[in-house]
Design a protein around this ligand. Structure first.
Ligand SMILES: *Cc1c(COP(=O)(O)O)cnc(C)c1O
Ligand code: SF4
Length: 350
């Protein structure tokens, strides 16, 4: 693909429009660097002031603000309750005492049989190849983990591979994080090539919010990787609200579908973001427009700082029942909770 871009740029017949169409595809790393990182800048861009907020924003939060401009551009200017804004703006409520909320609610730290490997469920193993994310979500259950960009070293990776080759029951690898798509293509391609040498592996899955917050990340190099791997591929995106899925996201996902990648969505049920029936139905229908099927609707993990997003189980179940009455079965996500020690996600739907 690189040669195609180079040659088309060199050709005297290439129109400016063609170049403009090709140019942004290599641009995602710049967009990552240019992500908004300050509360004041974010509020400024949305024509909001501190006075418009019902809760004071938290400046210099330990889990810092981070949001790409592409996502900011989908927020409604002048609306302090915008559901996209709520997911990323650090709130003073994060520092309130929150009994029952902990730093590691899923007890993941110390669950690694090898560096970067979380193997809790039979048949599939999670690979945490980076802690970095394109966006920082205030409800994230990993927000108190070291979020620096500490990638697996070469030696760690060899240990992870050795572990996986000793586990013939595992047939699916899930690239998670952090966000695996914050890694460059060459890095991902190297890991995939190593994994392809393990004959018992059949399926490669990505869990990533990047296609939603930074759709240009699904660039030609990534598509080529998905097209050429011997693995069956699954991309589980993470959108919580219908307005996150603008045309840019739709356009970026379309080629993946065409090359046979299964597209699913996981969402988190969040107070003030997507806790009304119309929010959930609109999300499911919009996902279907984008060729993505709803997979999981997770209830909030009790992570310290996120209590204001909580929807209790009774309300969550009743919302799900109303969704069932509105939506075709294939647009109904499974309502789940992750319980440390369980053999899989626990289904809460009645
Ligand atoms: C969620 C999760 C998975 C994937 O579970 P599925 O039900 O297959 O989507 C795998 N491993 C871990 C540790 C997980 O938390
Ligand atoms: S993208 Fe996922 S892992 Fe990263 S901060 Fe958001 S919820 Fe957490």
């Amino acid at each position: 693909m690189l040669t195609e871009i180079e040659s088309s740029v060199d050709s005297p017949h290439t129109s400016e429009r063609q170049i403009a169409r090709l140019a942004p595809q290599s641009d995602w790393q710049t967009q990552l660097k240019e992500a908004v990182r300050s509360v004041d800048e974010l509020l400024d861009r949305l024509q909001l002031t501190a006075r418009d907020l019902d809760q004071p924003a938290l400046h210099n939060a330990p889990f810092p603000l981070r949001v790409p401009l592409s996502f900011v551009n989908r927020m409604r200017p002048g609306d302090p309750n915008d559901p996209l804004l709520r997911q990323v703006l650090p709130s003073g409520r994060e520092t309130e005492p929150q009994p029952g909320y902990s730093d590691d609610p899923l007890a993941e730290q110390g669950q690694n049989p090898a560096p970067g490997v979380i193997h809790k469920y039979r048949g599939r193993a999670l690979l945490v190849s980076t802690q970095a994310c394109a966006v920082h979500c205030r409800y994230c259950f990993r927000q108190h983990f070291p979020y620096a960009d500490n990638r697996l070293s070469r030696d760690d990776w060899q240990q992870a591979l050795a572990y996986l080759s000793s586990q013939p029951d595992v047939n699916e690898i899930i690239f998670s994080g952090g966000d695996p798509l914050s890694l460059p293509n060459d890095r991902l391609a190297g890991m995939i090539a190593d994994l392809e040498r393990l004959p018992h592996l059949t399926t490669l899955r990505f869990h990533s919010r990047t296609p939603v917050v930074l759709p240009d990340r699904l660039d030609a190099g990534f598509l080529e990787m998905i097209r050429s791997t011997r693995f069956k591929t699954v991309l589980v995106i993470h959108a919580n609200h219908t307005r996150e899925l603008n045309d840019e996201v739709h356009r970026a996902l379309a080629p993946l579908r065409r090359i046979g990648c299964t597209l699913l969505n996981q969402a988190v049920l969040l107070r003030g973001v997507n806790d009304r029936l119309e929010d959930q139905c609109a999300l499911s229908r919009r996902l279907f427009d984008c060729d993505v099927l709803p997979y999981y609707l997770h209830v909030l993990d009790p992570v310290r700082g996120a209590a204001h997003f909580d929807v209790d189980d009774r309300e969550a179940r009743s919302l799900w029942q109303s969704m069932q009455a509105e939506l075709p079965g294939y647009l109904l996500p499974r309502l789940t909770r992750e319980v440390p020690g369980d053999a899989g996600k626990r289904w809460l739907n009645p």
